[in-house]
Design a protein around this ligand. Structure first.
Ligand code: ZN
Length: 715
């Protein structure tokens, strides 16, 4: 690469530097840049091509201008926004304007590189490179393409064409395996916009382990081997970035190159545990163990607590530097944080505990490593400090003793999940109750809990609410299967981008965009109001979403000691029993037995048990009842159990402060089939287009479904 740089310089091309390679100019010299005359080439991972174009950057305002389409790009409310003019609140001065060239489709795709070069960031240059990887950690011992494939069989079923989470996972496979940029160390895009312009933006290397975590789950649900070579290559690259108990950033993308962030390193450790669950290769645990040692080394320990400085990264020579993703707010390094809003994103609890804490609990459960348990307990004690919870002293009790959250919704719910994992691992009943109370309070905060709608409806939140509800239900703390099903059938399903016709419409019906749309279909977005989303898949929601889908799918039916439990009336094939649901069109569920001698069927709260009619192989039966469960015994392979029941129709009314009006929401069972008033804004992705669900006959279809020999553990 150095040779290329010299060659290009010698033929008098523009001053050239690279943010991508260790060999070219790592630190650009600002005074050498000739503004607006000769553009600087910022994408040196590839030779200059015909596609390279000029853009302008306004460093004082973090604004870009694309002269080709004459649009500005600015960062607002956590996302990139573009338009022909800047909002009045943003002033970009022509005096500081810098021209640059890039192959990037949109200028903000190279933002972190530009930021690192021009933001005047005075971070100390690392004097060392990361140390070499320990010889005991050998990627060849864990990487095996064959064992990445999920073993199972295919089954053809003629089924009601109703919500099928395996289908949803199949959509998600697109974005899960396509949202990697091989020219940028397989960074993910932080999001994908398909409005007036169609472009992914970012890039971020932070989310890579989260995508790698979720892909195996989606493969179990679908049997898909889509882009398995890429999945392998991404993991290979990640493993090669590990040494000294840390994962070192290969490029400037979110965090600076050759720095390591404990929070995101935690996501790698958790991802290795999921790959371990896929192939059961114990060598993965060595990698997790190595990172656990790193957490112990990096954690700041105070009394019986421990924390990581929020969004700070460590350099190979031991300096801590702030993330490239923004400016630090309300926090003085290296103090112990005192509330959740410090740092940049205001996610102190989540950044401390999730990832690292979840992985250490998983490691402790599998190896008995007491150090990992001790550090997680310290992280949780830190997160339990009063400043991280709602101040309820006026109500006569302490919010920090009852899980009363405040601040970032998703951050809170994910933190509950991590706390609950520890509570289960150490048998801490107080902490279990704390999380249960937190869930109840959080659910109560929703605008419409029975459809899973919270104001600020980020799909990460719906996903982790479903995950938490499954965890609490499995642990016997509550029976929340109705919540899981209601969230999944309604807001969670609607916030996944699956309507290609709408995506095409929003992208201007230009066939040129189809290839890009197909890469990112199946992503999840943010409901800006109950019935519409911005045309934008969020990078985080698009890996959290399928993880939530897996938890819900896993919870539909379980099998233990010959007993098949059915918790939700959602479609699923499994090696022991198939569940087919005609809801919401018809009150009909058919269970096809394969291996069970007993079926334990949970009846949802909205259904009157006395209205149920049951039959086995067409013969009416009166099964035993235990509370809300029906027990079918003495089953044989091939038996079909049919449940018939009326579908109650209900109309609810809720005042929605977002639109300052009352919504009328029509349910059939627990499925929303209509909302009025609804958004008609043609610039938005419109949700709840469910007119067809008012029919009283379910459409049928013949589909092939994958039956994995084994499901993967929930973690
Ligand atoms: Zn998200």
């Amino acid at each position: 690469m150095r040779n290329k740089s010299i060659r290009l310089l010698s033929v008098g091309l523009a001053l050239l530097f690279s943010f991508l390679t260790t060999h070219a100019f790592d630190v650009p010299n600002k005074k050498d840049l000739v503004r607006d005359r000769k553009a600087i080439y910022v994408d040196d991972s590839n030779p200059r091509t015909d596609q390279q174009r000029a853009f302008f950057y306004y460093p004082d305002a973090r604004v870009y201008f694309d002269p080709n389409i004459r649009e500005f790009f600015w960062f607002e409310g956590g996302i990139w926004v573009n338009g022909p003019a800047l909002p009045k609140s943003i002033v970009a001065s022509d005096l500081t304007r810098i021209a640059f060239e890039s192959d990037a489709e949109r200028p903000q795709m190279v933002d972190s590189k530009i930021q690192a070069a021009f933001s005047g960031d005075k971070r100390p240059a690392a004097s060392k490179l990361p140390p070499p990887r320990e010889a005991s950690l050998d990627p060849r011992k864990v990487l095996d393409k064959e064992s990445m494939k999920i073993r199972g069989t295919w089954e053809e079923v003629v089924w009601p064409d109703t919500l099928d989470l395996a289908d949803r996972a199949d959509y998600a496979m697109h974005i899960l395996t396509e949202n990697f940029d091989p020219t940028c160390a397989y960074s993910n895009y932080a999001g994908f916009r398909f409005g007036q312009s169609v472009y992914p933006y970012g890039p971020l290397w932070n989310h890579v382990p989260n995508y790698l975590f979720t892909i195996p789950y989606a493969r179990v649900m679908t049997g898909s081997e889509l882009n398995i070579d890429r999945e392998y290559s991404v993991m290979e690259l990640g493993l090669n970035q590990i040494s000294d108990g840390m994962v070192w950033w290969p490029i400037d993308a979110g965090e600076a190159k050759n720095t390591s962030c404990p929070s995101w390193t935690g996501a790698w450790a958790l991802c290795f545990l999921n790959w371990y669950e896929r192939d059961k290769n114990p060598a993965w645990l060595d990698w997790v163990g190595s990172l656990c040692k790193g957490f112990d080394k990096l954690a700041f320990k105070v009394e019986d607590r421990a924390y990581f400085p929020p969004e700070y990264d460590i350099t190979p020579d031991g300096n801590w530097v702030f993330t490239l993703r923004g400016k630090v707010r309300g926090y003085q390094f290296p103090d112990e944080p005192v509330n959740d809003g410090q740092g940049m994103e205001g996610l102190v609890k989540m950044m401390t505990l999730c990832g690292a804490g979840e992985a250490m609990v998983g490691y402790y459960k599998r190896t008995g490593d007491k150090k990992a348990l001790d550090l997680t307990q310290r992280l949780v004690r830190f997160c339990l400090r009063p400043g991280f919870w709602s101040d309820t002293s006026a109500q006569g009790f302490a919010g920090s003793e009852h899980g009363m959250h405040y601040g970032h919704g998703y951050g809170s719910v994910h933190s509950y999940c991590a706390m609950f994992d520890l509570a289960m691992a150490e048998g801490n009943d107080w902490l279990k109750q704390f999380v249960r109370e937190g869930y109840a309070e959080f659910a109560h905060d929703a605008l419409v809990p029975r459809m899973g709608y919270w104001i600020g409806s980020e799909s990460c939140m719906q996903a982790y609410l479903a995950i938490l509800a499954v965890k609490l239900s499995d642990a016997g703390l509550a029976d929340l299967w109705d919540d899981v099903e209601a969230i999944t059938r309604n807001q969670f399903a609607e916030q996944q981008f699956v309507a290609m016709n709408q995506m095409r419409r929003l992208a201007g019906n230009n066939p040129k965009n189809d290839a890009m749309l197909e890469r990112f279909v199946g992503g999840f977005g943010v409901g800006i109001e109950m019935t519409a989303m911005e045309p934008e898949a969020a990078g985080c929601c698009s890996y959290s979403g399928p993880k939530g889908l897996y938890y819900a799918w896993h919870g539909i039916t379980r099998f233990e000691r010959g007993v098949a439990t059915v918790n939700m009336f959602l479609n699923r094939v499994s090696p022991w029993m198939n569940v087919a649901s005609w809801l919401p069109y018809e009150g009909k569920v058919v269970l096809t037995n394969k291996q069970a001698h007993t079926a334990n069927v949970r009846i949802p709260g909205w259904l009157d048990m006395d209205d149920l009619k049951c039959a086995i192989n067409g013969q009416p039966v009166q099964p035993a009842r235990v509370g809300r469960h029906l027990i079918f015994r003495l089953l044989k392979a091939g038996d079909t159990i049919q449940l018939d029941f009326p579908v109650p129709e209900m109309t609810d009314r809720y005042y929605d402060c977002r639109i300052k009006a009352t919504r009328t929401i029509h349910f059939r069972g627990n499925t929303v089939v209509e909302i009025q008033p609804r958004s008609l804004d043609s610039k938005l992705y419109l949700m709840y287009q469910r007119e067809h669900m008012k029919a009283t006959k379910a459409p049928m279809h013949r589909v092939k479904r994958f039956v994995a020999d084994e499901t993967m553990l929930l973690q």
